[in-house]
Design a protein around this ligand. Sequence first.
Ligand code: COA
Length: 161
Amino acid sequence: MPHDVYPAPGGPLTLRRAGAADALPAAAVWLRAFTAALPTVRRAHDDDGVRAWFTHVVVPSRETWVAVGEDGAVAGLLVLDGDELDQLYVDPDRQGRGLGGRLLALAKERRPAGLDLWTFQVNAGARRFYERHGFRAVEETDGSRNEEREPDVRYAWRPAV
Ligand SMILES: CC(C)(COP(=O)(O)OP(=O)(O)OC[C@H]1O[C@@H](n2cnc3c(N)ncnc32)[C@H](O)[C@@H]1OP(=O)(O)O)[C@@H](O)C(=O)NCCC(=O)NCCS
């Protein structure tokens, strides 16, 4: 059942929970957005590994949402895992027009007590985006604990009291 339908630039988008048929289109968006945003980060998994991860792990076992256009194409995705915002990716063609903000608002609605997330330090666009949406950097690491061996930063958002 759709959670939300809204008139995005480029045509209406529906936000809804992902089903099995969304796994490969969502993986394709993840791959395109990762490659565009993080050209210097060495990915820990190849394209087939990312597709298998979406098919067998992300969609079946995590709270996965997709934004879908009228033509059925996936424009963006949000993955929540416990209190973590695990993944937030918008197709490069759809970025900068409010979809990321919409998905982040949905994440806060689903986790009103607060959210944590990790992002790579080099991802200046994502860092600015999260900071604009009320997240604070709370921890930085040298990357030795993540699969990509890339320095990262943990962000936290807590609701105003
Ligand atoms: C980070 C990301 C999810 C943001 O998604 P997005 O759809 O571009 O986000 P928005 O459009 O809501 O906001 C982005 C910018 O567009 C602008 N914007 C917001 N709404 C807009 C609208 N309706 N029209 C035009 N511009 C708008 C904002 O000024 C915002 O600027 P900011 O980046 O300085 O905050 C997206 O850029 C992305 O997928 N990046 C690659 C993957 C990634 O890095 N993910 C996070 C890893 S943890």
